[in-house]
Write a protein of this length. Sequence first.
Length: 276
Amino acid sequence: MDAFEKYDTCVAALRTFAHQSGFTECVIGLSGGIDSALCAALCVDAFGASSVHGVLLPGPYSSTHSVEDAEDEARTLGIDYQVLSIAEPYQAFAELLAEPCGGAWDNLPSQNTQARCRMVCLMALSNAHGWMLVNTGNKSEAMMGYSTLYGDTAGAFAPIGGLYKTDVYTLSRVRNERARTAGLPEPIPARVLVKPPSAELAPGQEDESSLGIDYATLDAILIRYFEWGWEVERIASEGLSGSKDVSEVRQIIERAQRFAFKRALEPPYPSARFYD
């Protein structure tokens, strides 16, 4: 399945799920990153721009460029959007929970609370207006447990949940190419395609540093093991982990297996076999 077919499959799956579930409009969080940018474009192609509602949810560590990129995406796609800062509710939780959490509020509790504040806002809008909440998670991060339960794992449907991160970039370029061919502005800003991906939940955070591996290497390992059924030794022999160390590859596989419980709580995604 080439990239154009993958894109169209995601659109069709999103449209079918919404129709079967009785939704005619959707709401999506716009972070200014690549995942939400691609999902917003998919939503427009599945629902129509007038039925897609974007929400920017900047927090204490959100960058100016992320807000600018998210607004740029929304304007180019022609969707309405609003900005709801999570700074105050997050600070309220910090004041309430810092002491019970042992004072270590600058680590995981802080980061996950930001994600959950965002989801509370998105779910409130979904409930108030009857909009379907679209999840923006990808398969690479789901496999590695790099997500927040009851935070960014929430939503009715995950249109890119079956795609590894490297394909998220590929399909984003495909969508931009289609726009250029049609004589339209590219919906996904050039800066989004080149800046290091970051959840922006802590100062200077970058996803690949948090994961301890770059996405290209991670995806190559995950695809070979989980999609193609290769043995760990065969994967390691290709040097995909940056070395020929079997233990390094095995650690990645074991981490993915360990976080299966989180994936069981994530929303459905296109059932197509993208990697056969």
